[in-house]
Design a protein around this ligand. Sequence first.
Ligand SMILES: Cc1cc2nc3c(=O)[nH]c(=O)nc-3n(C[C@H](O)[C@H](O)[C@H](O)COP(=O)(O)OP(=O)(O)OC[C@H]3O[C@@H](n4cnc5c(N)ncnc54)[C@H](O)[C@@H]3O)c2cc1C
Length: 405
Amino acid sequence: MVKSEYDVIIVGGGPSGSACAIFLSKYGHKVLLVDKARFPRDKACGDGITGKSEAILKELDLIDDIESNPHGIFKGALFYLKNQKIEIGFDEPYHVVRRLVFDNILFQKAKSLVDTMEGFTVTGLVLENNKVVGIKGMDYETKQEKILKSKIIVGADGATSVIAREMGLAEFKPEHHASALRIYYKNIKDLSPKLELYFFESLMSGYFWIFPLENNMANVGLGMSTSNVQKNNINLQELLFREIKNNPILSERFKDAEIVEGSLRGWNLPLVMNKRKLYGNGFVLLGDAGALIDPFTGEGIGPGLVSAKIASQVINQALEQGDFSEKIFRKYQKGMSKIYIEPYMKYILLSKFVGKFKWLFNRAIKKLENDESFKQLVTMSLSDTEKRKKFTVWTGLKLLFKALF
Ligand SMILES: Cc1cc2nc3c(=O)[nH]c(=O)nc-3n(C[C@H](O)[C@H](O)[C@H](O)COP(=O)(O)OP(=O)(O)OC[C@H]3O[C@@H](n4cnc5c(N)ncnc54)[C@H](O)[C@@H]3O)c2cc1C
């Protein structure tokens, strides 16, 4: 039996992995956080930090760090749906933070609390008696291969997770993934502290966005289901620039806008409908590695932070009990299902039902435009996990009833 060097090794220092490291450090465990990149590093994202995220960031005492770094603010959202403009206000302002800045805040906080290794690419896992006991990887600078052992491995290595793949959990179904692009622009006309979401016909189930940043800068992008991209042979980059140039709703506002050079980036979004198993003997998966992204908005930072919190509680129990079997980590999946995954499944069912009947969909949009209480019901259902817990079958029926009458 090999002696473990660490209690926990976390692979991936994005929001999910860094938050997990911070939570675990509070319990006093010996933690190593590794990432193939060196921080600060960029990541393709809309940079929108919504209610779910803010609640955890408050818990981690990171709001002041965010406020003292460059950021944008949003106090509401504008939806353009079928040529109608629907506006929703939020109770409190939220942040838009470039991931170059945001992820560095979380990673540096983690680095001040646990051991870290940057520029270390994990290439595989070490298994003993059907249990994960370590990672294999390569140091980018020295080109040296290393094996590192621990009692528990946390896979927080994003959408192309090596840990999920090695454990046979990364099945790829295009209908359960989205593809998205983001680019930074300066000087778009009439930017306001609102998220702008445009549901154009050309994007089918997806949307085009403009999210306000600091210094009259904005995060602009679009995303849609990967199965639609594949079926219709869509070039997302061409579509993005075509909409900006030719769409009458956008073209005037972008007339004098300038692209921030080198800022076009795309990535893949594993959605929560994957229903990925999030655990096994000696390991758990967080955030994108666990395919937890909200299929309606593309939000993945919040679910990643929530998964970090719940996983760290279960990991602490496992370490206290000296039990690293999949039985104990099942509690993490149960926790995530209750607080996050199951409410989404109800939404997906409801939206599939509404989407099947065009007249019902159109009625729901009209209601959204004119009916304040319907708007509130929808906003509540889309906000942070505490409020979303109230999304019962009854809430779903109420939504349907309100859309109908
Ligand atoms: C275009 C686009 C727009 C989006 N907009 C939003 C938005 O506005 N709001 C929102 O909440 N979400 C948004 N998302 C989703 C969001 O970006 C992800 O859900 C989020 O980054 C997940 O965080 P994570 O920590 O799980 O993974 P990541 O942020 O992907 O972090 C994974 C980390 O693991 C490291 N890593 C990967 N492989 C290895 C390896 N083999 N060895 C070592 N390290 C490794 C990477 O370097 C990285 O640092 C968007 C996504 C895209 C693509």
